[in-house]
Design a protein around this ligand. Structure first.
Ligand SMILES: [Zn+2]
Length: 230
């Protein structure tokens, strides 16, 4: 477990002392990945450290790349919005080699995005996929405006907006007090649910307990990441 902790002094020493893998064989000796629940706990701990102002992100210097030359073993794949206020590495207090990130405005996933996620699961043994929306998302607001009829659909933005519309409709039907927030939540949930069955390798990893796919929402003002339905 300590091998995967990023913030503690012990883990810093372990990483600093670790020699850079010099060959594919050395890379194969890399530690086993954390379990999905361990990876989730590390992200929760990282976000709490960030919220307390104790985020260190100490592993962002050029020399911190040395132990990673033999390969990467990210603890989580994060599907996040491209919004400049939602960087997963900062919000989860993780440095180089920790998060495999796919970022698209509105945190939806197309076929190329799916392939990237499958690559992380199949070839990097990544145990956790987090689909992270955020309150105040402009892409979700644009989808709401289309549903409301208050704005025409900009053809240039169609690929970004249209996949979000079903989540907006779900939110409207839910009767939630804050439909905008509910739409963000539903969008993250829908993307996460689709990912669970979108690829046979991922479905198999989930069935074997090697992978979890979860949804989360970053609170725009506080920076807190709330994991949904957990
Ligand atoms: Zn957004």
């Amino acid at each position: 477990m300590k091998l995967f902790g990023w913030g503690g002094k012990a883990s810093k020493r372990a990483i600093a002392a670790a020699p850079a893998p010099a060959s594919p064989a050395a890379a194969a000796d890399a530690p086993s990945p954390p379990t999905p629940d361990q990876a989730l706990a590390l992200l929760r701990e990282g976000n709490q450290a960030f919220l307390r102002g104790e985020g260190n992100l100490g592993h962002v210097r050029v020399e911190d790349l040395n132990p990673l030359q033999g390969g990467q073993h990210p603890i989580a794949t994060v599907v996040a919005c491209a919004d400049s206020r939602t960087p997963p590495t900062i919000l989860f207090n993780q440095g180089f080699g920790r998060l495999f990130s796919i970022r698209v405005a509105g945190n939806t996933v197309d076929r190329r995005g799916l392939s990237s996620i499958v690559y992380a699961v199949k070839h990097l043994a990544c145990p956790l996929v987090v689909v992270m929306g955020h309150t105040g998302c402009g892409a979700v607001a644009a989808a709401e405006a289309i549903v409301d009829g208050t704005s025409p659909l900009d053809p240039s933005l169609e690929e970004m907006i249209v996949p979000i519309i079903p989540a907006v409709l779900d939110a409207r039907r839910s009767g939630a007090a804050d439909v905008a927030v509910r739409a963000v939540e539903e969008n993250a949930r829908r993307v996460a649910e689709k990912l669970k069955t979108a690829d046979v390798a991922m479905a198999g990893a989930i069935a074997e307990g090697r992978l979890k796919v979860v949804a989360a929402v970053k609170q725009m003002q506080t920076g807190e990441v709330i994991f949904l339905d957990l």
